[in-house]
Write a protein that binds this ligand. Structure first.
Ligand code: NAD
Length: 485
């Protein structure tokens, strides 16, 4: 184990009802550095029984928490925002160590993640109902918004702080209590965030955090309990489907932020340099390990060679290495399986006729690295166009017409993000309306913004996080019929 000092010993434990404590049986599991597989530290391995203690605490705190003043909830979030911002370097180091991304990217994630707290601190005071006269006159119709109740949040490893804050922020603002289960590969950042929430004055029982190596056992146990009213999950479509099925028994409300396979459309009238710049962001953010990552580059046949060459030059010039080292642009992938599956997709594409413009292999030596890769002439039906790549590989396929581009873009089970590069306004409007995706980036490689509704359609799930919509996921509506008086 390395000399790990980034989290006090006490905080590498479960956080239940306002106290840090060990797992029931004292079990622990290790957290590794993806750059070289060394063990960073260990954390408590919570059991389903521990998870039930956490739900007991959340259920007990719900009544009083729902009745706090909205401004009080908003101010706790605002204080937490300030604390995260003050400790941005510390959070960035934790994220980079346990997840692998570069320190610069990790700082970017901290800013993005903290921003959900600032946004929802301001939304807490804008929860409101409606008063109207019935159309036929007479009675008055009143609607009240109330918190949905205790929630379960299950988060992925790729954005260890942001995927937490965009659920915790709106839930706190709405007056919900919660049990959070971070990804077992990256639990440390969530524990540091929990310490911030405690310091910001969140009352005991509102936020409970259970780290565990048995996520399935935890969610199954908690979702069988009718006190749990809402499940919000970010992760793979396969696990999302399991949770949706499990939610049926107690009819919990669900929000599902699942996988993506974003198309990146470049039309013949696009500003090619801007498209390459956008591609670098949309592809290389988080080493390609993002649900929003551009995966299917659809480029008009007249400019595909030029685009591939420019993108290849940019991708080929990136420095791959340990995320904490100076001068590194691209960190390791999360583990050996990730490198293997990216490698297999590239091999398949080349077998199917694609040409390697740059990269195309894992560098020799220790660590889970993969070279930034551009592939040209990838057949539309290649496997790499079907599945989420989750790595730094840009496969380019050509199209001849706008209709063909849209048809190809929509030919995916996923519908999270899409990107469009064109200078034609009419085309932009047509595409925004015809692309079957929850988000469309126009001449930009970055769509994520805490003030915007993030989410997908089809196998990418349902529900929206962020924006004005984000808080609706945590509010129920009660309608009150009143006589005219
Ligand atoms: P994953 O589904 O394997 O794991 C996500 C979380 O679910 C983890 O906390 C894990 O411990 C837990 N989990 C795993 N199996 C479970 C089970 N049977 N029951 C209950 N919980 C279980 O996904 P991942 O590999 O951590 O993350 C990558 C995936 O997440 C990708 O598909 C990516 O596109 C998606 N993702 C989506 C968004 C979005 O907002 N749409 C954001 C980030 C990541």
């Amino acid at each position: 184990m390395t000399d790990f000092t980034l989290l006090p010993d006490e905080q590498r434990n479960l956080y239940i009802d306002g106290s840090w404590r060990e797992a029931d049986g004292g079990e622990r599991f290790v957290v590794r550095d993806p750059a070289d597989d060394t063990v960073l530290t260990d954390v408590a391995d919570g059991s389903p029984g521990d998870a039930m203690d956490a739900l007991d605490a959340a259920a007990a705190a719900q009544h009083d928490w729902a009745r706090t003043a909205p401004r009080e909830r908003g101010e706790i979030l605002r204080t937490a925002y300030e604390l995260i911002t003050q400790r941005a370097d510390h959070f960035a180091q934790l994220i980079s160590l346990e997840m692998g991304k570069t320190l610069a990217e990790a700082r970017g994630e901290v800013t993005y993640g903290a921003e959900f707290f600032r946004w929802f601190s301001e939304e807490a005071v804008r929860i409101h109902g409606r008063w109207m006269q019935a159309p036929a006159g007479g009675s008055r119709l009143l609607t009240i918004r109330k918190p949905v109740g205790p929630c379960l949040f299950v988060t992925p490893w790729n954005f260890p702080i942001a995927m937490g804050t965009r659920k915790i922020g709106p839930a706190v603002a709405a007056g919900c209590t919660m049990v959070v289960k971070p990804a077992e590969l990256t639990p440390l950042t969530m524990l540091a965030l929990t310490a911030v929430m405690e310091e910001a004055g969140l009352p005991p029982g509102v936020l409970n955090v259970v780290t565990t190596s048995d996520s399935a056992g935890l969610s199954k146990t908690l979702m069988a309990d009718d006190r749990l009213r809402k499940v919000s999950f970010t992760g793979s479509t396969a696990v999302g489907k399991i949770l949706v099925r499990q939610s049926a028994d107690e009819l919990q409300r669900v929000s599902m932020e699942l996988g993506g396979n974003a198309p990146f459309l470049v039309f013949e009238d696009a500003d090619l340099d801007a498209a390459v710049e956008g591609a670098m962001v949309a592809k290389m953010r988080n080493m390609g390990e993002a649900c929003t990552a551009a995966n299917r580059f659809l480029v008009h046949e007249s400019i595909a060679d030029a685009f591939a060459q420019k993108l290849g030059e940019r991708m080929g010039a990136l420095t791959v290495g340990r995320g904490q080292d100076d001068g590194v642009d691209v960190g390791p992938l999360i583990n050996a399986d990730a490198v293997e599956s990216v490698g297999e997709l590239v091999t398949d594409a080349v077998h199917d006729g694609a040409t390697v413009v740059t990269g195309g292999s894992a560098p020799d030596g220790p660590g889970h690295f993969y070279a930034p890769t551009v592939l040209l002439g990838v057949p539309a039906e290649a496997r790499i166009n079907e599945v989420e790549i989750f790595g730094p590989v840009a496969p380019i396929t050509t199209f001849a017409s706008e209709d063909e581009a849209v048809e190809r873009a929509n030919a995916s089970e996923y519908g999270l993000t899409s990107y469009v590069f064109t200078r034609d306004l009419s085309r932009t409007i047509r595409l925004a309306e015809s692309l079957d995706f929850g988000m469309v980036g126009v001449n930009t490689g970055l769509v994520s913004n805490p003030a915007a509704p993030f989410g997908g359609v089809k196998a990418s799930g349902f529900g929206r996080e962020g924006g004005f919509e984000g808080i609706d996921e945590y509010l129920e509506t009660t309608y009150v019929a009143l006589p005219a008086g």
